[in-house]
Design a protein around this ligand. Structure first.
Ligand SMILES: [Zn+2]
Length: 99
């Protein structure tokens, strides 16, 4: 299974950085992560075409590794999303900058 070698979150810049074992580094903003939340409620809202109200200054307040991914806790109190590593990688691929 592909898991990041290191994860860094920068609360001031509101950016999550994923360091992969192959040397790839990906960054993604906390707001993009919140918008991509894979919990059933957020997924249903996206499928229905509803916009999830997200504060532009939302921050990631916690990362709880769960083996196949991580539960992400946000400053708006939302903590239901468990982001599989492969999903995080693909979200970062779509929205983030690859260095
Ligand atoms: Zn959610």
């Amino acid at each position: 299974m592909r898991t990041p070698a290191e994860i860094h979150t920068n609360a001031a810049a509101r950016i999550l950085t994923l360091h992969w074992a192959d040397g790839k580094t990906q960054t993604i903003t906390h707001a993009q992560l919140r918008r991509a939340c894979p919990c059933s409620a957020c997924r249903a809202a996206r499928l229905a075409g509803r916009d999830i109200a997200i504060a532009p200054d939302v921050t990631l307040t916690g990362v709880e590794p769960m083996g196949y991914g991580a539960q992400l806790l946000f400053s708006d109190g939302h903590a239901r999303g468990i982001f599989p590593w492969t999903y995080l990688e693909s979200v970062a691929q779509q929205h983030g900058a690859v260095r």
